[in-house]
Each structure stands twice: as structure tokens, then as C-alpha cells.
Design a protein around this ligand. Structure first.
Ligand code: ZN
Length: 394
């Protein structure tokens, strides 16, 4: 079974101009200006992508795929994600994390969910651990787990500067970073430590200290939620300029933005203007994480749930409102996060030999029209056509 995509304006994420793309099975077999050998291929389906930009499938590096939350007691545990919630958002690669709750949520369930999403058609991995240190392991050794369990590609999200953290000591963070560093060397995986930042006054101090007191570099860590308040965001500019990865969270509510949270599209503009290379910058959704919702008087109104669907609108806003070139803005949800975590199969890039993960965007509105994951159409004209096992079809 082969599919030839014609007349596509391709961003790989670099702008390549008009290209044809030949897909066979789960892979991109060929890309070029015009495919001449059609008659040699049996069962060739031709897709006309006129009017579309074709970009890599999105990589969301921080999603609570089995749910999270629970910070307002059991009834506030958030639900696990469904396949079509990811695919309709353009997400074809996802990295799952636990959160505050490591009592009723476990890395084993996270791995099982990642495998389920993989069976359902997309690509998924998991991080070892939760907000708390020390980490709970399978084998008794963090390094063994990371090296030997394929679905585990890093550690996290470990919380710092947050009242919900385990108040980790400097030495604990150094040890975790060191173990992850060597596990990455032995396994060829990224093995980054994903660090959740809260609103605590320490901000990124601990990570700067880790680097000052050890041989580790900032690039061993990937701090997230860096846009959650103005002080933390300002400090993240220095962090990025000193070579660290910076990840900002797209799920939000209006009140958070009123209180000073930095909108992701604006954060990207600030980072780029400051001189941080886009290769160090990523957006993630914090999908299925809990977002407590208060009215203007501060009364608790209930919880919202973070959504993967928040990622693409922020990139689009970066293009339309901040005037960042599409090929630059795209990288924060494609090549940058995929390369940080050293994802296999050229995730986050469109090139021959890589997985056929693509999003077809309307070339004027930049709305998501069609999504292909590992060679299969998952979303057609904005509507899901493949569903998770227990999803209700509407
Ligand atoms: Zn978090």
C-alpha cells in the first residue's frame, strides 16, 4: 500500500517549497519535486494536497496521558486521554508523565497507556517518576530502568520550587541528573530530567546550582511551566541563554493570564528576541493536568482540565500575532522537542526513512485539516476517522 501526496507546500519543518511525498507502510519513502515511477507501484493512492501546507506531526512532550490532578481530593483526579483528543490536536507523538499523585498513579500504568496509544496508531513514551523524589523504580535502580525499558525515555516530572514538591535537596537533583546522564549514554535515549517549576521563590536556583556543583550541564534537564509567572519567565531567559532547554505550557485559563502568566506565543517571541536558539525552545500542553478555576472574587469554581488542543493555537498565534516565520515557530512542537528527547524514526522531521507523521494545514487559516500518523489517516477535514478502543463515536 503506497500513498503519493502531491502539490504539498512542505515545511519539514524547514520550508522546502512544493514537494511530492511517497508514503509506504508507516514510512516516508521518498520526497521530491515530481514522482515519475507511479506505474511501478501497485495499489498507489494519490492524495492531492493543493491548498495545504504539510508539516511534521506534532510532538507534545508533557501530557498526563493517564490523568493527573487529585489535588482537591479523589473527585478531582483528571481523566485519561483518548486517541482522538491527541490526533485532532495534530499530536502524533506524545510523552506521558505522572504528576503530584504517585500514590494512585504509577509508571507501570503510564507505560501501558503509552503502549495502548501506540496500538491505536500514534507514537508514545513515558517518563519515570512523579513530582516526588526519591523515584519509585521497577528494578530497584533508576539507571537499569532507563537503559532496559524501551518506553521509558527520561525522568520526570520532578517538582521544584513548589509546595507540592518533595522539597528535593541539591544533592538529590545532582544524583538524579548524573544517573540520567549515564543512562542516556548507555541507551542512546535522551534521558533528560523533566523538571516541573512551581510558583515558589526559588525559581530555577536549584538547577543553576546543580551545574555549578557538578560536571552536569543545563542541557541534562528540561524545566517546564516556565511561563507560569513573570519572575520565573525572566529567569528562564538567563537559563536559555546559558544553554538550557526552555519549555512553556500552553494550557491555561483567562485568570492565569490576567495574573501574569506569559502567553506562549509571546514567550516564544521574547526568547527569540533575547537570542535563544529555537532549537532549545519547546511548547507542551500539560494535557489532562488539572487547572483550578476561580471567579474574579477568587471563589473556587471547579477544575478545568488541560488540553493538547491548546498547543497548535499558540504556534498559530506566534505566526499571526508575533510575526514569527512559520518554519521557526513550527520547530517548538516538532523538531525541537523530538531532538531534545532523541526520539527515534526522525520524529518531528519530514524526511525519507522517517515515520510518516504529518499534519495538513489550511494554507491561509493554518487550521488543522488532515492528520496522518505512521502512514495512516487519523483525522480527515478536521474530523477523527480513527478512534481509540473505547471512544464513543459521534
Ligand atoms: Zn507540572
Amino acid at each position: 500500500m503506497f500513498t503519493l501526496i502531491e502539490n504539498a507546500e512542505v515545511y519539514a519543518p524547514e520550508a522546502l517549497g512544493r514537494r511530492s511525498i511517497l508514503v509506504g507502510g508507516e514510512k516516508i519513502l521518498w520526497m521530491g519535486e515530481s514522482f515519475a515511477a507511479r506505474e511501478t507501484l501497485p495499489n498507489l493512492t494519490v492524495m492531492d494536497a493543493s491548498g495545504c501546507l504539510v508539516v511534521p506531526g506534532f510532538v507534545d512532550n508533557h501530557v498526563h496521558i493517564i490523568g493527573g490532578g487529585g489535588e482537591g481530593s479523589f473527585a478531582t483526579r483528571t481523566p485519561e486521554i483518548t486517541l482522538s483528543e491527541l490526533t485532532t490536536a495534530g499530536v502524533t507523538s506524545v510523552i506521558g508523565v505522572l504528576g503530584t499523585d504517585s500514590v494512585s498513579r504509577h509508571t507501570s500504568s503510564l507505560i501501558a497507556k503509552a503502549r495502548a496509544l501506540e496500538e491505536e496508531g500514534i507514537s508514545a513514551w513515558a517518563l519515570l517518576g512523579s513530582y516526588q523524589l526519591p523515584l519509585r523504580t521497577f528494578s530497584g535502580h533508576v539507571q537499569d530502568d532507563l537503559v532496559l525499558l524501551d518506553k521509558l525515555i527520561g525522568i520526570g516530572e520532578v517538582a521544584i520550587s513548589d509546595h507540592r514538591s518533595s522539597q528535593p535537596l541539591l544533592e538529590e537533583l545532582i544524583k538524579i541528573g548524573a544517573v540520567a546522564h549515564v543512562a542516556g549514554m548507555l541507551s542512546g535515549k535522551g534521558c533528560l530530567v523533566n523538571v516541573h517549576l512551581g510558583d515558589g521563590p526559588g525559581n530555577l536556583d536549584l538547577l543553576f546550582e546543580v551545574v555549578a556543583r557538578s560536571e552536569l550541564t543545563l542541557a541534562q534537564f528540561i524545566p517546564t511551566h516556565l511561563n507560569r509567572n513573570p519572575e520565573l519567565f525572566e529567569e528562564s531567559l538567563r537559563y536559555g541563554l546559558e544553554g538550557g532547554y526552555v519549555d512553556v505550557t500552553t494550557s491555561t485559563i483567562p485568570l492565569f493570564l490576567e495574573e501574569g502568566e506569559v502567553k506562549c506565543s509571546k514567550a516564544l517571541k521574547r526568547y527569540l528576541d533575547a537570542g535563544i536558539p529555537v532549537e532549545q525552545i519547546s511548547f507542551s500542553s500539560d494535557g489532562q493536568g488539572s487547572l483550578p478555576n476561580f471567579d474574579t472574587q477568587g471563589n473556587f469554581q471547579g477544575l478545568s482540565v488541560g488540553s493538547c488542543s491548546s498547543v497548535w493555537p499558540e504556534v498559530r498565534d506566534a505566526v499571526f500575532q508575533e510575526h514569527i516565520p512559520l518554519e521557526t515557530a513550527l520547530k517548538v512542537i516538532t523538531s525541537s522537542p523530538a531532538d531534545h528527547y532523541r526520539l527515534p524514526a526522525r520524529k518531528g522531521h519530514l524526511e525519507p526513512g522517517g515515520d510518516a507523521d504529518m499534519v495538513f494545514l489550511d494554507n491561509s487559516s493554518l487550521g488543522i485539516r488532515t492528520v496522518m500518523a505512521r502512514g495512516k489517516i487519523m483525522v480527515h477535514e478536521g474530523e477523527p476517522v480513527v478512534f481509540g478502543t473505547f471512544e464513543r463515536r459521534s
